[in-house]
Design a protein around this ligand. Sequence first.
Ligand code: F6R
Length: 364
Amino acid sequence: DKGNHRHFMAKEIYEQPEVVARTLAHYIDMARGRVCPVDMPVDFARLDRISIAACGTAYLAGMVGKYWFERFARLPVEIDVASEFRYREAPLEKGGLTLVISQSGETADTLASLRYAKQCGQNVLAVVNVPTSTIARESTAVAPTLAGIEVGVASTKAFLCQLTVLLCLAVAAGRARGTLSAEDERGIVDALIGVPGLLAEALKGERQIEVLAREIAKATDVLYLGRGTSYPLAMEGALKLKEISYIHAEGYAAGELKHGPIALIDERMPVIVIAPYDAVFEKTASNMQEVAARGGRIVLLTDERGAAEAGLETLATVKLPEVHPAVAPLIYTVPVQLLAYHTAVFMGKDVDQPRNLAKSVTVE
Ligand code: F6R
């Protein structure tokens, strides 16, 4: 049932404040303002590193998770797409931890990665949406994402719930390892509690994005740029756009621009820059100047402060609420999803059933 939405994808984008609130209720002790103890197969304090394996959008959630685990828990993270992880025979220590992330819990390569990790004697924690899935059954422990059934082939609400769970796990790891002060934990938890409200606010920007989508629909190539946790988000934006609109899109680390992709910049290729006003904003802003100087048309996703500091002409500036940097990836996901959605709808594409794609990829 799509409710009063035209597509499942729209319905699922709009469900995000609700499903993230549900996921938070599971992982956060609201009264104490702390992350709940997670049912972990191995103590975070005993680990030297963790490995993550996943595919597609779930892999990109894992990449955001890597930044969080390394920052808040000082825990090195190795991440691979599952199709590489399973065959490259990475040396994995007995008793260590592998995290697999999957909406369906049936993705063949992710399942094979899980089995490989277990063979190596690792504990496997599955961040998974379907609790009855094979991946949930075979892993050592499950961290459920609680997004509810996702119908649209392009993953939206499952991605946001994966981010929510990963941030809670990173905070729990930070506490266990003594790398995150009680005050910093409180700051992140308070920010997390505010996320459903901020998502609802971000959704109010839909009309502006719908208009912008008509411009994007004319492009044959689109570049997405971001730094820090906005980098995996840039790749997620590009993935969403290509899979449902069939426009060629690439996500790049903003700092990589001058190492190649800048050669592509001209007035026909929109450049979507994801840049909340954070510790790396100034660096991204200078990459933006380089794009502008070459006639590139910029769509800037930022906040009030970032818009003021950027000081350049853009095709559009989409302003989001000012947020704690830890939760920015969750909030900035909304415009990225809406842009892909409206571009594809405007082009008359079947957004819920894009060509050549299946919701659950059970072959390698
Ligand atoms: C993209 C998308 C895919 C999936 C990938 C993994 O929107 O939906 O990239 O994320 O096929 O699927 P799961 O999470 O079911 O393992």
